[in-house]
Design a protein around this ligand. Structure first.
Ligand code: GLU
Length: 473
C-alpha cells in the first residue's frame, strides 16, 4: 500500500461496547496491525443528551480488556468530538465562503410537518431546496446546508460490498450545522476523517446509507474520500439484528461471565471473516492473516455454543498461574474463600480447566476444592450410599490414613489394590469417594481431587460421609 494506513474506531458513548462494535473495533485494529498502520480511537460524543462519561470509561475498559490498543486517542486531548467544535466551525466557514453550503431559515416546525406528511404517504422526506438560492443574510439565525448536485449519482466503491450506487434524487441538501450552531453527525465524521488523515473507513453496515452524503461533503471540502468497508451486521439465531433480546451483548458482560479475552477476540474475528477453514487463531495469526477481502457481505449469526467451545479451548491453553489469578474474582463472587496458596490454586485451576467453558463455570464446578460440599447429589447418594457404603468408607479411611505419598498415582494404585481385594470394580470405590469428596458424580479425576485436597480434608470428608450414611450426620 502506497500511503501508510490510518484507521479509526469511532464509538458513540451512548451505551456499553456491544459485540457488534467490538467486532468493528477488532477488524479495524487487525487491519491497522496487519498493515503496520495507525489505529486511532475517536469518541463521537456530539450527541450530548445521550453520551455519558460512564459509557466512555466502559468502552475504553472493554477495548483494553480485548487488547485493542490504540496509537492515537484518549486521554490525549483532541480525540473527542466535543473538543473539536472549533475545527468543525472553521470547515463550515470555509465551505460557506466558497459557496458550497448555504444558509437555510426554514422553520424546523415547517420541515417537521413536511417530514410527517411524507412519512404518512410512505415517502422519505427530502428537503426541497427552498433556501438554496434565497441569499439569506447572515444576521438571521440559520442552519447551513450542503449544496449537492441536483442530478447524477454518487458511487461508493465498498471494499466488502463492491460498487453501490446512490442516485442524487435519493439525497437532499443535508444540514451540516444546525441553527443553534451545533455541527451534525455526518459533518463531524467527515471533518474528523479528513483532519485525522484516515485512509480506510471501516464501520458497520448501518452507515452505508450515510456514505454518499459524506462523499459529497469530501468533494465539497476538496479532499479525496477514503476507502470504505462496511461490515455486515451481527444477527441473532432468528436472523434478526442481534440485540438484547438475544441475551448478553455487551462485551463486559461476557467478561463478567468469565470468558477469556483470547476467546472473545478469536470468536469475533471469525464472525464474518474467514481464513480457509481455520477456527482457532492466536492474536499473531489474526494479525498475519487478516484482510478485508475475506469479510463476507452477508450478516453473521452469533453462535454462543461456538464461543463457549473456543472459550474452553483458550482456558485449556492459558498458563495455570494466569488462570489462577483470573479465577480469583469468580471465587469471590461465588462466595468461596480464596486460598492464599497461589501455587495450589494454579494446580486446582489446571484440574478444572478440561471441562470449564468459563471462569464462572470453573468456580462453580470446583466449589468443593474451597469449601466442604454441603449436600450430595440425592440420586447418586441413594445409589452409592447403600449398607455396603459404611464398611467401604471405613476401610478407605483406614488405608488412606497411612498412605504416603498422597499423590494421584499412588492413590490410584491403592484404590486398584483395594478394589481387587474386595472383589469390586475400581469405579465403585472411586464414585463413592467422589461423592464424599465433591458431593457430585461428575468431577475432575478423583485421585487428583483427593491429592489436591490433601490427606486431612480427604479423611474428614470420608468420615463425614460415613456419618451421613449411618444416619448420624
Ligand atoms: N459513531 C458511529 C457509531 O458508533 C460510527 C461512525 C463511523 O464509524 O463513521 O456507530
Amino acid at each position: 500500500m502506497a500511503e501508510p494506513v490510518r484507521v479509526r474506531f469511532a464509538p458513540s458513548p451512548t451505551g456499553h461496547l456491544h459485540v457488534g462494535g467490538a467486532r468493528t473495533a477488532l477488524f479495524t485494529w487487525l487491519f491497522a496491525r496487519h498493515h503496520r498502520g495507525v489505529f486511532i480511537l475517536r469518541i463521537e460524543d456530539t450527541d450530548r443528551s445521550r453520551s455519558t462519561e460512564e459509557f466512555i470509561v466502559s468502552i475504553l475498559e472493554a477495548l483494553r480488556w480485548l487488547g485493542l490498543d490504540w496509537d492515537e486517542g484518549p486521554p490525549t486531548p483532541g480525540y473527542r468530538q466535543t473538543e473539536r467544535l472549533e475545527i468543525y466551525k472553521a470547515h463550515a466557514e470555509r465551505l460557506l465562503a466558497e459557496g458550497r453550503v448555504y444558509r437555510c431559515v426554514c422553520p424546523p416546525e415547517e420541515l417537521e410537518a413536511q417530514r410527517k406528511a411524507a412519512q404518512a404517504g410512505g415517502q422519505t422526506f427530502r428537503y426541497g431546496g427552498k433556501c438554496r438560492d434565497a441569499n439569506v443574510p447572515p444576521s438571521v439565525p440559520h442552519a447551513l446546508r450542503l449544496k449537492i448536485p441536483l442530478s447524477g449519482q454518487t458511487v461508493v466503491q465498498d471494499l466488502i460490498h463492491g460498487r453501490v450506487v446512490f442516485d442524487h434524487s435519493q439525497l437532499d441538501d443535508w444540514i451540516l450545522v444546525r441553527t443553534d450552531g451545533s455541527p451534525t453527525y455526518n459533518f463531524c465524521v467527515v471533518v474528523d476523517d479528513v483532519t485525522m488523515k484516515i485512509t480506510h473507513v471501516i464501520r458497520g453496515n448501518d452507515h452505508l446509507s450515510n456514505t454518499p452524503k459524506q462523499i459529497l461533503c469530501y468533494q465539497a471540502l476538496g479532499y479525496p474520500a477514503p476507502a470504505f468497508a462496511h461490515i455486515p451486521m451481527i444477527l441473532g439465531p432468528d436472523r434478526t439484528r442481534l440485540s438484547k433480546r438475544h441475551g448478553a451483548t455487551s462485551v463486559l458482560a461476557f467478561r463478567e461471565e468469565g470468558f477469556l479475552p483470547e476467546a472473545m477476540v478469536n470468536y469475533l474475528a471469525r464472525l464474518g471473516w474467514s481464513h480457509g477453514d481455520q477456527e482457532i487463531f492466536t492474536r499473531e495469526e489474526l494479525i498475519r492473516h487478516f484482510d478485508l477481502a475475506h469479510v463476507g457481505s452477508a450478516g453473521a449469526v452469533f453462535d454462543r455454543a461456538k464461543l463457549e467451545w473456543l472459550s474452553n479451548h483458550w482456558i485449556r491453553q492459558a498458563p495455570a498461574d494466569r488462570l489462577a489469578g483470573d479465577l480469583v474474582p469468580f471465587l469471590e463472587r461465588a462466595g468461596l474463600p480464596v486460598p492464599a496458596d497461589r501455587a495450589w490454586l494454579a494446580r486446582v485451576a489446571e484440574s478444572l480447566r478440561e471441562r470449564g467453558r468459563t471462569l464462572a463455570e470453573m468456580a462453580t464446578m470446583g466449589a468443593f476444592y474451597f469449601a466442604e460440599p454441603s449436600a450430595c447429589d440425592p440420586e447418586a447418594a441413594s445409589k452409592f450410599f447403600t449398607v455396603d457404603a459404611v464398611p467401604r468408607l471405613k476401610l478407605l479411611g483406614k488405608r488412606l490414613e497411612t498412605q504416603e505419598p498422597f499423590t494421584p498415582e499412588a492413590l490410584e494404585l491403592l484404590y486398584r489394590g483395594l478394589a481387587a481385594e474386595l472383589g469390586l470394580k475400581l469405579v465403585d470405590l472411586a464414585q463413592l469417594t467422589r461423592l464424599a469428596l465433591t458431593g457430585r458424580t461428575v468431577s475432575p479425576p478423583i485421585f487428583q481431587v483427593a491429592a489436591l485436597l490433601g490427606k486431612d480434608k480427604t479423611l474428614a470428608r470420608l468420615k463425614r460421609c460415613q456419618a451421613v450414611v449411618e444416619g448420624k450426620g
